[in-house]
Design a protein around this ligand. Structure first.
Ligand code: NAD
Ligand code: IPM
Ligand code: MN
Length: 358
């Protein structure tokens, strides 16, 4: 198999974790006889510094012409001025929109041996295996009008939460497809008790539920869902939500695994082109120290192999090898509880060695 993979390292720990993951993809390529060609493009703060915009045209072209895209992270304090003309995050949002990646799939899988790394009691974690299906190109992130202005002499900001039935239907239908291959259970998250957008959301989700009666559907308000995610996380299978609720709940979901640095994601659209991104950010507090956990990005690369390149076995190799490396006691600092830990490159090296030995 020959494939073109575009790398978007971005900011903060982004270049460290993408570099580490590229080594893992190269190890997979040489083990299985694939040829992966990599090209690297600018996005986020570094793109602002070098070109003035967070998403240069050249980057969009580089992503459209690839078979798959792997992103590190964007953003950081350097570009955080609330009055700045452009922000790094606009680069990522623009890329998701440009590639029409309306679905962000974020699996929360617990690795054996990491139970103690989560602040939750081990008995609450038993049986946890869930996946977030987050709407990614609509909702309050993109609704118009949005802006800042002075109203009655007061500085005022406003955003619009909006979803039409097509946007809701396609993401909920995808959640049902995902559920059909897993536990057969979808929980749709909304705030239908307050928001008109979310009343339409619940109506459409209910219709899709009726059309897919083999799947169990329940609805839950986002506030109590946030609580259930830590009190009874094993009661979830597939969680489908709008853009903002999915963003928030999935970081909470990461806590179940022991570290935000472990969670991968796939941003998918109609075709096979996907953007694969760990769910965490640029981690400015540890950037440049060489200690970031690369496993969320490495597991995103596994999703890339599976969803964009149809290399299910290679994806499984990476996932199995990550468990094996953890079984051998190796940990990055976020998981070591102050004990001896490996740096980003060393952890990736351990994964590479295990792939070569597999
Ligand atoms: P963050 O996810 O960057 O960091 C939250 C905490 O988790 C920090 O303590 C960080 O050190 C830790 N952490 C995150 N990833 C880690 C890893 N791989 N290994 C070890 N520890 C890790 O969230 P934040 O601090 O709220 O945001 C920082 C910047 O990142 C902001 O500019 C934000 O907009 C941006 N951001 C970008 C993305 C993305 O590019 N996909 C996602 C989220 C946040
Ligand atoms: C994520 C991030 C992004 C989001 C930001 C950086 C735009 O938090 O991917 O979870 O909110 O979607
Ligand atoms: Mn987020």
């Amino acid at each position: 198999m020959k494939a073109k993979i575009t790398l978007l390292p971005g900011d903060g720990i982004g270049p460290e974790i993408v570099d580490a993951t590229r080594q893992v993809l190269e190890a997979i390529a040489s083990r299985s006889g694939h040829t992966f060609t990599f090209s690297t493009h600018l996005i986020g703060g570094i793109a602002i510094d070098e070109t003035g915009v967070p998403l240069p045209d050249d980057t969009i072209v580089g992503c459209r012409s690839a078979d798959a895209v792997l992103l590190g992270a964007v953003g950081g304090p350097k570009w955080d001025d609330p009055n700045a003309r452009v922000r790094p995050e606009q680069g990522l949002l623009g890329m998701r929109k440009a590639l029409k990646l309306f679905a962000n799939v974020r699996p929360v899988k617990l690795f054996r041996g990491l139970e103690a790394a989560s602040p939750l009691k081990a008995e609450r974690l038993r049986g946890v295996d869930l996946v977030f299906v987050r709407e990614l190109t609509g909702g309050i992130y993109f609704g118009q009008p949005k802006g800042k202005e002075t109203r009655n002499g007061l500085r005022t900001g406003f955003d619009t939460m909006v979803y039409d039935e097509q946007e809701i239907r396609r993401i909920v239908e995808l959640a049902f497809q995902v559920a059909r291959k897993r536990g057969g259970h979808v929980t749709s998250i909304d705030k239908a008790n307050v928001l008109a957008t979310m009343q339409v959301w619940r109506e459409i989700a209910t219709e899709v539920g009726r059309e897919n009666a083999d799947i169990r559907l329940d609805h839950q308000l986002v506030d109590s869902a946030a609580m259930r995610l830590v009190t009874d996380p094993s009661s979830f299978d597939v969680i489908v939500s709008g853009n903002m609720f999915g963003d928030i709940l999935s970081d909470e979901g990461a806590v179940l695994t022991g570290s935000l640095g472990l969670l991968p994601s796939a941003s998918l659209g109609e075709g096979t082109l996907g953007l694969y991104e760990p769910i965490h950010g640029s981690a400015p507090d540890i950037a440049g120290k060489g200690i970031a956990n690369p496993l969320g990005t490495i597991l995103s690369a596994a999703m890339l192999l599976r969803h964009s390149l149809n290399l299910d076995e290679d994806a499984k190799t990476i996932e199995d090898v990550v468990q094996k490396v953890l079984d051998s006691g190796l940990r990055t600092a976020d998981l070591s509880g102050g004990q001896r830990s490996l740096g980003t490159t060393e952890m990736a090296g351990a994964v590479v060695n295990a792939i070569e030995a597999a």
